[in-house]
Design a protein around this ligand. Structure first.
Ligand code: UGA
Length: 432
């Protein structure tokens, strides 16, 4: 199949590269020519384990190409994927301007019957809107079918998720197009669920909102555990053994971040509101998350009478491991609050420092290693559970830090390990 993918952000690029890996001829399109030239050489603009190897392999095999020209890419494309960003507007709603641009470009340039597939996360009803834009702006007499095909990839494991996903959702009102789409993915061996367009759009929001709900729920249970002396790690195991609940997304911590959950939960609250439904539950999930992101700051304030001038090591800035993405990361909230309180902050992350420098206050300094960050620190905060952070030797901490005081926002250490060290250890939802 000949496929064009508009947008080479995280979703578009991973989708395009993986489609080429399963045998399709794919052109990934981006307006940024510099980025296109970089990708043509097999260099990925995003950090995603395994992606560059696949890019290089499929470019070499002649199945993967990059372009900044819509018109020439669309010629002879059987399918065009829209994978542009839908950033959050001030109101919380999704900004659809990139989608509108993509739809118009498709309408102007296609010269044969085409299936248009939306990968971007869009509010319910948007695919009908995309169809209207395309039909109203068509330059040639061709037929267009619209498909909603949401993605369920996680950053940091997106390639693996593509090849081992739980399901592929195909939303279309046309049975033949549904079968045609199923055929695109036949080499993946993943169950396909076919539904109508609006339901497919909603499945994406409902899935992200449900996962966010699980996280806020477990974080609230963790907060109660701290009061009653129970251990959230054991609670999560004991709950997760019930198949109806499931063991995933029950890891208590400092709240969810990233480019998806915060944006999509806000957008779903908006979608509900626009349809005269007050989504109380999801509003609470968001509120709980906002509070949870500040929990370590509150504990630090309670622990030290004065934070001014205290050297605080921040270990991990990315919103989760294996990514350099810091969008909506709890670390941003925490570092900004601590900076306001006058703490002397030294932050470390294996790969997210360059992104952090762009948005964090100028006075933050950055370390080149975990040890460098911990050196002479009055306290350390673990904000991302990177492997190298989980491997810190607690027994050696008192030689490195001024005081071995550790606030672990990701429960990286077992309480047994902590007991045999001399570290003052504060974690989430566990007895101290
Ligand atoms: C999320 C979904 O998991 C994907 O299915 C979806 O495709 C994607 O959004 C999207 O809409 O594009 P992602 O944001 O990449 O993926 O990362 P997750 O692994 O879901 O983590 C999100 C946040 O939740 C992170 O800050 C993570 O630390 C936090 N989290 C996750 C927890 O605090 N506890 C958990 O048990 C799991």
């Amino acid at each position: 199949m000949k496929i064009s993918v508009i947008g080479t952000g995280y979703v578009g690029l991973v989708t395009g590269v993986c489609l080429s890996e399963i045998g399709h001829f794919v052109t990934c399109i981006d307006i940024d020519e510099k980025k296109v030239n970089m990708m043509k050489q097999g260099i990925s603009p995003i950090y995603e384990p395994g992606l560059e190897d696949l890019m290089k392999k499929n470019i070499k095999d002649g199945r993967l190409n990059f372009s900044s020209d819509h018109k020439s890419s669309f010629v002879n494309s059987d399918v065009i994927y829209i994978a542009v960003g839908t950033p959050q507007k001030m109101s919380g709603a999704a900004d659809l301007s990139y989608i509108e641009e993509a739809a118009k470009s498709i309408a102007y340039h296609i010269t044969s019957d085409t299936v248009v597939v939306t990968k971007s996360t869009v509010p319910v009803g948007t695919n009908d809107y995309i169809k209207d834009i395309i039909i109203n702006n068509l330059s040639n007499d061709v037929k267009v079918s619209i498909v909603s095909n949401p993605e369920f990839l996680r950053e940091g494991s997106a390639v693996n998720d593509t090849f081992n996903g739980d399901r592929i959702v195909i939303g279309t009102d046309n049975k033949y197009v549904a079968d045609f789409m199923e055929d695109i993915y036949k080499n993946l061996n993943i169950p396909v669920f076919k539904t109508d367009i609006r339901s497919a759009e909603m499945i994406k929001y409902a899935s992200n909102a449900f996962l966010a709900t699980k996280i806020s729920f477990i974080n609230e249970i963790a907060n109660i555990c701290e009061k009653v002396g129970a251990d959230i790690e054991d609670i999560a195991i004991g709950m997760g053994q019930d198949k109806r609940i499931g063991k995933d997304f029950l890891k208590a911590g400092i709240g969810y971040g990233g480019s998806c959950f915060p944006k999509d939960t806000n957008a779903l609250v908006q979608i509900a509101g626009n349809n005269e439904h007050n989504f109380e539950l999801l509003k609470s999930v968001i509120k709980v998350n906002n509070n949870q992101q500040k929990t370590l700051v509150n504990r630090l304030v309670n622990r030290f009478a004065e934070l001014k001038g205290k050297r605080i090591a921040i270990l991990g800035i990315a919103f989760k491991p294996n990514t350099d993405d810091i969008r909506e990361a709890a670390s941003i909230v925490i570092i900004n609050e601590l900076a306001k309180l006058g703490a002397d902050i030294i932050a470390y992350d294996p790969i997210a420092i360059e992104n952090a420098k762009k948005i964090l206050p100028k006075e933050i300094s950055y370390a080149s290693s975990v040890n460098d960050a911990l050196s002479d620190a009055d306290a350390a905060l673990i904000l991302t559970e990177w492997e190298e952070i989980k491997e810190i030797n607690l027994l050696k901490l008192s030689n490195t830090m001024k005081e071995p005081i550790l606030f672990d926002g990701r429960n990286c250490f077992s309480l047994e390990e902590v007991r045999v060290s001399n570290v003052e250890y504060h974690s989430i939802g566990r007895p101290s």
